[in-house]
Design a protein around this ligand. Structure first.
Ligand code: SF4
Ligand code: SF4
Length: 374
């Protein structure tokens, strides 16, 4: 058996085709609900309230019969995986815990990581961008199994990949998945930073290094040596061991540490507001209030503010693109999950390509609107 064949392979669950699906009782027959396949680390980080019930699977997105391939917008070997994702420290550890992944180990040997994550050199990111012509997916993610169009780290894929779908039945679905993606991005960012803060790295040196950022971080796809060694310190040459430690440490987290991750992130939001001179705002006071009640905080469904809903309609927000706390995002995600349960007869939205009109007509899907992105 080849090394890749022993990996956990997978694609998004397909309504009605994946064993272990639950029919959503009382819902439309077209809506099926599955356990979202998430890395163990994410499951540890998410509030149990969100994990208590399955997250709704996007109906009609069947990665085994990829629409984009059928529409001639992607090859079977690449499908929609034409980016290289950033892998946070604990996920690298989780991947390496399951298998000695040659691509990931190769990345560790080519100076593209720091204690927070494995990054993507700008020239490589550009190559992938350039390979996308006229909306067609081009150069495949190096983590794809060659020739198979499958992800070799599916069970440990990062937030970006968990969230992505090429179609949504309605804007509500798009918002809901963007909300979940935004929450996972937040958890990913906060946990990676929090884990570094627990390590034996000289954090002062690390901070100093980042503050006095050299004019260029990368040279020919490698991080410049002085930066790399300053970041890794006595862990240089033992990066894989550090990442494994991050994963094991995260799995050992109890309620206190999970609370600490949330506190770490909330404090960062408050610091950012303070730097922007917005200490007196309602949002700052809400975050401050959360601090005083953090041990009693319950995740209860709460409708996101209009401003956030609008932003989620267009994309997943990165950790630095908003100032909502993890607790707030979890409450919003819970609200979306409840709304999706009620959305029994979604009409389809079209994304990106006019060619979809043809496919929609063939399948008898009602097209309500076409949204152009990317
Ligand atoms: S484009 Fe991606 S998400 Fe959409 S069907 Fe193909 S593999 Fe699945
Ligand atoms: S990590 Fe996996 S799911 Fe994500 S882009 Fe690469 S192959 Fe696709």
């Amino acid at each position: 058996m080849g090394i890749f064949e022993s990996f956990v392979l997978g694609l998004r669950p397909v309504a009605g085709k994946t064993i272990g699906f639950q029919q959503n009782e009382g819902g439309s027959s077209s809506l099926l609900w599955s356990e979202l396949e998430l890395a163990e680390s994410f499951q540890r980080l998410l509030s149990p309230v969100l994990l208590a019930e399955p997250w709704p699977t996007v109906p009609r997105v069947d990665c085994q019969q990829c629409r984009r391939v059928e529409e001639g917008l992607a090859t079977w070997e690449v499908r929609c995986c034409d980016v290289v994702p950033v892998l946070p420290n604990f996920l690298v550890g989780e991947i390496l815990h399951h298998h000695e992944h040659p691509v990931v180990l190769g990345w560790l040997q080519s100076r593209r990581s720091d204690p927070f994550a494995i990054w993507v050199p700008p020239n490589e990111a550009m190559e992938h961008k350039d390979a996308r012509v006229d909306g067609r997916y081009g150069k495949g993610c190096p983590l794809l199994v060659e020739g198979g169009g499958l992800c070799s780290v599916y069970a440990q894929r990062p937030a970006l990949c968990v969230n992505y779908h090429c179609y949504y039945p309605s804007m509500l679905w798009k918002e809901a998945w963007s909300c979940l993606g935004t929450l996972l991005e937040l958890l990913q960012d906060a946990a990676a930073h929090f884990l570094v803060s627990l390590s034996d790295l000289d954090l002062g040196r690390l901070a100093q290094l980042w503050e006095s950022e050299p004019p260029t971080l990368w040279e020919d796809g490698w991080q410049i040596e002085v930066l790399y060694e300053g970041c890794w310190q006595h862990w240089v040459g033992r990066e894989a061991m550090f990442f494994r430690w991050c994963y094991e440490k995260l799995l050992s987290f109890g309620p206190k540490e999970l609370q600490d991750v949330r506190d770490w992130h909330r404090q960062r939001c408050m610091d950012r507001l303070a730097v922007a001179g917005q200490e007196g705002t309602d949002h700052y006071r809400t975050l401050d209030e959360e601090f005083s009640h953090r041990h009693e905080l319950q995740v209860v469904a709460c409708e996101p503010p209009r401003e956030l809903r609008k932003r989620l309609q267009s994309k997943v927000l990165g950790a630095d693109e908003h100032l909502y706390s993890i607790h707030q995002m979890e409450s919003y995600a819970l609200w979306y999950r409840e709304q999706l349960k009620k959305d029994e007869n979604p009409s389809w939205w079209m994304f990106w390509r006019p060619a979809r009109q043809e496919v929609a007509e063939k399948e008898g899907i009602a097209v309500t609107e076409r949204v152009k992105e990317k």
